[in-house]
Write a protein that binds this ligand. Structure first.
Ligand SMILES: [Zn+2]
Ligand SMILES: [Zn+2]
Length: 295
């Protein structure tokens, strides 16, 4: 049976973070699948947005400028319709990028001395195309230069190559120990100040999900909860829809698309296989606009 195709997929990653395809490639994929609208929501970077919007203009795909912020509590916050130069979002992201770059430089140095890996931080940075280099780029580089047969984290060759390297499997957690991420409340405020609508991504995976917490986030300006994602089963989606009704939040959706390298892990998550219909998309847009007016 063919999966339902949504017109709007509001959660797509590119090579600017840990996605496997460039901004132009994800737009081309969306166009090929007949998806009308996609939101580019890379982790803690908006580096791919400009290129994706331009590609969208050429290919007839509406591209929503977005971001997925990692928070100190370990939550993921999606920002839609953002203008990062407004408010402090840009500043926050570039400071965070600096810390991540410094961290990845240390990782590369460490791998050079412990694994004898001949690789420079500059190569890795180039791979991220102005975004944030991470372990996906490292594996991609090792794969594309023939040093690993597969660019997957969990391939037997990668596991053997890296042994029980803390970096490979826990690099974000290790980085997070330096407390670089803002808290969820401030993340919502930054998205709002940038003219955007803030949506809690895959909330069922958070320990904090309860009515009191949602109430407090709503007071900071939370606009929605991500409901339709491959990470949520049917009963979770129903429970989250009920929470959206209760708190007047927009139920959003997206595939959390990462593309190549993850396809066998993220089964059934082709662009457009999760998302929202146009009326819900309009509601989210209106929500960003009305929050913009009320400040
Ligand atoms: Zn996420
Ligand atoms: Zn994501």
């Amino acid at each position: 049976m063919a999966d339902k195709l949504y017109e709007c997929d509001l959660h797509v990653h590119t090579t600017a973070s840990d996605g496997g395809w460039s901004p132009e490639e994800v737009v081309a994929l969306a166009a090929r699948r007949g998806v009308r609208t996609i939101a580019i929501t890379d982790h803690d970077t908006t580096a791919a947005v400009g290129r994706a919007v331009a590609a969208g203009g050429r290919q007839g795909v509406e591209v929503i400028p977005g971001v997925e912020l990692t928070t100190a509590e370990g939550n993921h916050l999606l920002g839609y319709f953002i203008r990062p130069a407004e408010g402090e979002l840009d500043q926050y992201l570039s400071a965070l990028r600096k810390r991540l770059l410094a961290y990845m430089r240390r990782v590369v140095e460490d791998m050079r001395s412990t694994l004898g890996l001949e690789l420079t931080p500059d190569e890795l940075e180039r791979c991220a195309g102005g975004g944030i280099p991470n372990m996906s780029h490292l594996l991609h580089l090792l794969h594309s230069t023939g040093r690993l047969p597969s660019p997957r984290f969990d391939s037997p060759e990668a596991v053997e190559f890296f042994g029980d390297s803390e970096y490979l499997f826990n690099y974000y957690r290790t980085f997070a120990r330096s407390r670089p991420f803002t808290d969820t409340a401030r993340a919502i405020r930054m998205i709002r100040a940038a003219g955007g609508a803030a949506v809690w991504a895959h909330p069922a995976h958070s320990r904090e999900l309860d009515n009191g917490y949602i109430d407090s986030l709503k007071a900071c300006g939370l606009a929605g909860l991500e409901v339709v994602t491959p990470k949520h089963g049917a009963s979770t989606r129903t429970a989250l829809l009920e929470l959206c009704r209760q708190f007047n939040l927009v139920p959003t959706g997206g595939t959390d698309y990462h593309g190549r390298y993850y396809e066998s892990i993220e089964q059934g998550s082709e662009i457009g296989s999760c998302g929202v219909d146009p009326p819900t998309f309009e509601r989210l847009k209106e929500s960003a606009e009305s929050l913009r007016k009320t400040g």
